[in-house]
Design a protein around this ligand. Sequence first.
Ligand code: 4NP
Length: 182
Amino acid sequence: MVLRALTSFWPKGQEGPIDAVAMLVRVCFVCLGNICRSPTAEATMRRLLELEQLTAQVDIDSAGTGGWHVGEPPDPRATASAKRRGIELAGRARTVETKDFGRFDYLIAMDRANQRDLLRIAPDDVAKAKIVLFRNYDPDSPRDADVPDPYYGEGDGFETVLDICEAASHGLLRHIRESHRL
Ligand code: 4NP
């Protein structure tokens, strides 16, 4: 977290003008293609941050471990499902890079394959410690559960992804609030 160490000794509420800078927490959601699950997680979390007026304190992005869809907008099925809930997907697909471990405080994997791929490219133990499974922030989810990949699936896979992202985003926000005094 940017400049966090500099301000950690100040009492809460008395941090002064540096506080807005000091409280920037950076989160990157990661899936395989960066066109279905991670843009959905990013948009769900962004809406929650907007509702909580925390967009200036928490910076979010998303990326994929695979490069097949680089430069493409989110999958139209994901976009349509999200839109029905008032959630707007945005951005263009990109691949996750080693330098993202320096840019972000959390790299949040949608499934265990993404987690393994991230662990493989993490440059050191500090970077490895930034990798977490998204659903582990949801206290009602089984431990180490995946956000199921909806890309090749039939039926309501995109609705399921949204349900999961909404539940896990609430847990992630709770974690960030507690860990970073927001
Ligand atoms: P995502 O879904 O990882 O949630 O973006 C996928 C998108 C594309 C592919 C697989 C999963 N694909 O194989 O092209």
